[in-house]
Design a protein around this ligand. Structure first.
Ligand SMILES: [Zn+2]
Ligand SMILES: [Zn+2]
Length: 156
């Protein structure tokens, strides 16, 4: 079952004090370019107290991102706990919607395949994690050589 909206309300607790969702597929709708796919599930327990319903659970699975430095795809495990509650006056809560917001807060703005990903060479586009192309160093050496050759000419 793919859940698009999931209302938990005080009506659900007419006969029970607790609702349990073991493992359901979570359809995560996202608009961020760096996310390539998401294979997510959720589980939660909702408990009713006098005037409050408390929902405790987690979102888990895997997501595929594009590294913001080297542009390679990588998969990352997701395990995001959550806790929501609503009062009798609020009456209901769309758990699917809350989970979406929880995920948006927890997604990295700039995903990285590894903490020390070296990224791509700004000159030739080589992946510096695989080999060093020395472009940036050569460029710097050239710049220094030119600078000194110009100054040298003034001296002549
Ligand atoms: Zn990377
Ligand atoms: Zn290069």
């Amino acid at each position: 079952m793919i859940v698009k909206s999931l209302l938990v309300s005080f009506d659900d607790f007419r006969k029970v004090k607790k609702l349990v969702v073991e493992k359901e597929k979570f359809l995560f709708v996202y608009d961020r370019e760096l996310i390539k796919s998401a294979n997510l599930y959720f589980s939660f327990e909702a408990n009713k107290y006098d005037n409050v319903v408390n929902i405790v659970g987690k979102i888990f699975g895997t997501m595929s991102f594009e590294c913001s430095r080297c542009l390679k795809f990588f998969e990352q495990e997701v395990n995001v706990p959550f806790e929501y509650s609503f009062t009798k006056e609020e009456f209901e809560c769309d758990v699917a919607n809350e989970m979406r917001e929880t995920m948006i807060i927890n997604i990295p703005m700039k995903p990285l395949c590894s903490k020390d990903c070296k990224g791509l060479c700004s000159i030739c586009g080589n992946d510096k994690n695989e080999k060093d192309c020395f472009c940036e160093r050569k460029m710097k050496d050239k710049f220094v050589a030119e600078k000194w050759s110009k100054i040298g000419k003034f001296k002549v």
